[in-house]
Design a protein around this ligand. Sequence first.
Ligand code: SF4
Length: 234
Amino acid sequence: MMATLVNFKIDGKEYLAEEGTFILAAAKDNGVYIPSLCNFEGIKPKGSCRMCTVRVNGNLMTACTTRVFDRMEIVNMSDELEELRRGIVELMLTEGNHFCPSCEKSGFCELQALAYRYRISSPRFPYLSPDRPVESKNPKIMKDQNRCILCKRCIRAIKDENGKSLFAFKNRGYQVVISIDTELAGGISDELAQKAMDICPVGAILKKRNGFKVPIGERPFDKVEIGSEVGTMS
Ligand code: SF4
């Protein structure tokens, strides 16, 4: 059956997408970058980080969880939305402990790359400097809660052969942390450990014995701005 195409606009320009496509994916297919953090191609979108907030026919919506429809009018690039996104990045940077120079994900980290994109050198909010644990009991992976932005990518994507997640949320409210299922993750393969590290947008999950395989300066966001592989913002 032929897919139905819908016509929609981003910042006044017209584009086509298959009906039912999420805005973020439809924009990407058309070479338009919408900043995002919790979203990851191939896993169910969650809309938890709010970085991809756009205006859809005047209303604030998350682009990763909202599907395009015919004649939809989207605003992606505006001072209001860019300020909101910058604020989210600043809040994340100050809520946890992100020491980029000592992080193995520096240059791969999407939060750091967004901070570069928004030219954030000194966040306007006070640092909370929480005391959070580093867990290194697992033979293949370590988890640094200081860097976790609670995006749930690991919960949604890292599963065993029966579809059970190796990661889960523990506690409630501001005490929420990611926990590793010691039994399920005890025999984690090298491949899955690497996938967990790669899917984490920050350096909260690291595969052990992996340090500095790619030298600083040679890493993706050392060279190009995040989103440049997709296209422009409008
Ligand atoms: S550990 Fe990484 S992937 Fe998992 S919720 Fe935290 S930031 Fe997201």
